[in-house]
Design a binder for this molecule. Structure first.
Ligand code: SF4
Length: 418
């Protein structure tokens, strides 16, 4: 291996991969039971950069050559940049070397499109196959599937990869047409449907036959770029919800658009990356998946954007003050989950703990409830604090005034509580 050339390729192709946020090694149970290398079932630690990007995987492109010209992408064919491509064997060697040196726990491999979808996908699959079969590699593998790749290759990919993902890129079909007219949304949706069917079928087989091969055990995910096109948060979350429901996605990743291209269809170069919006979308996504919120409760056509200064659960609570205060000692779990400052675990602990006696503020604090937020929305068996007749905007100001959030700058006045 020519080390200098490999290092150069690595610089180019790791840098080009950094715009893809859809890598997370959660959810796989691949075990090392054949004296092989690595173990994705444990020992995978998730390291995230400050802006939430996962760094525990070797994250590279097979190539940044691409026949397409998507306006939002650094690898687009019309962009005058240095190009490079790894061979299949080079990616395999790098992964094994980095893994042995303890730099990584797995591989996230994406690619520009060399010639056509199948030509590229076939190489991605070969990397995963070599790692699994020749090197007995049991670390985590996430393959970015190429839209339009054939079912046979997708099926093979699922036998070797832990997770497969196909990026939607832009939340709506109209947005995709505007920025990537050569791309066809159906080419993304079709393989998602295929994978969904295969995952369900293979899971059923596995339950019947212990020896049936595992298939994409960490499921499939997708990514949408936020802020490159003018979609509202309502449209973004509506799309996510549709794909969660119909394609059983494990995760939708939201990637704030990084303005790297001068193109009059895109936000200007100096526009800042919508990091707060990205964060709010993740919070809203979490509410839909784990807290029983429907898209229309979080945002709707009249209020299509998420608040940037407060999180979406607090925002919903302030718009629905008639629901509160709830009695923490008697309310249903589903309602407790809607209280700002009460997380999933705290809600479950509350329901278990109250079987042994009435809960008061001290108990709630010990359970882990963030009382600085929750106290405006609940009652319990102590009266040290009562919400009285505070309006939604007053509660919001009190909470923001006490918040250590980096978004505090949006809080304008500090009010005294009593
Ligand atoms: S097909 Fe993928 S790699 Fe190629 S320009 Fe579009 S987004 Fe970039």
């Amino acid at each position: 291996m020519n080390e200098e050339r490999i290092t150069e390729k690595l610089n180019i192709l790791a840098d080009a991969a950094k715009y893809d946020v859809s890598c997370s090694s959660s959810g796989s149970k691949r075990k090392n039971d054949n004296n092989g290398l690595g173990n994705a079932s444990n020992g995978i630690c998730h390291t995230y950069t400050e802006d939430g990007r996962c760094v525990s995987l070797l994250k590279i492109l097979l190539t940044n050559h691409c026949i397409f010209d998507c306006a939002y992408c650094v690898s687009r064919s019309s962009n005058d940049i240095k190009r490079a491509a790894f061979t299949v064997q080079e990616v395999v060697d790098l992964t094994i070397n980095f893994y042995r040196r303890n730099y990584i726990e797995g591989l996230f491999l994406s690619s520009g499109i060399f010639k056509d979808a199948d030509f590229t996908m076939e190489r991605l699959v070969r990397v995963a196959k070599k790692l699994r079969t020749e090197h007995k590699f049991n670390g985590y593998i996430h393959l970015k599937s190429i839209p339009g790749a054939s079912d046979e290759l997708m099926r093979e990919a699922g036998l070797y990869a832990d997770r497969l993902s196909i990026n939607l890129e832009i939340p709506t079909e109209a947005g995709l047409k505007l920025l990537a007219p050569e791309k066809n949304r159906q080419d993304m949706i079709k393989p998602m449907g295929f994978l969904n069917k295969e995952i369900i079928q293979r899971t059923e087989e596995k339950q019947l036959f212990k020896k049936a091969p595992i298939f994409a055990p960490a499921g499939q995910s997708t990514q949408m770029i936020i802020g490159a096109t003018p979609e509202t948060d309502h449209q973004v979350l509506y799309t996510s919800n549709y794909f969660y429901k119909n394609f059983n996605l494990k995760r939708v990743y939201y990637s704030g658009y990084v303005p790297v291209m001068n193109d009059n269809r895109l936000p200007a170069l100096h526009t800042s990356v919508p990091m707060v919006r990205e964060n709010r979308l993740y919070q809203a996504d979490w509410l839909m998946r784990f807290y029983g919120f429907k898209v229309n409760e979080i945002v709707d056509q009249q209020n299509p954007h998420l608040d940037l200064d407060i999180d979406p659960k607090l925002s919903w609570s302030l718009r629905n003050l008639q629901v509160f205060p709830i009695d923490i000692n008697t309310a249903d779990l589903q309602l407790i989950l809607r209280v700002p400052g009460v997380g999933l675990q705290s809600a479950q602990k509350i329901v278990s703990a109250r079987k042994f006696g009435k809960l008061n503020w001290e108990h709630l604090k010990k359970i882990g409830v963030a009382l600085n937020r929750a106290k405006y929305f609940i009652t319990c068996s102590s009266v040290k604090f009562e919400r009285r007749d505070l309006t939604g905007s007053a509660i919001k100001q009190y909470i923001l005034a006490q918040s250590k959030s980096k978004y505090l700058k949006n809080s304008v006045t500090q009010l005294n509580l009593f």
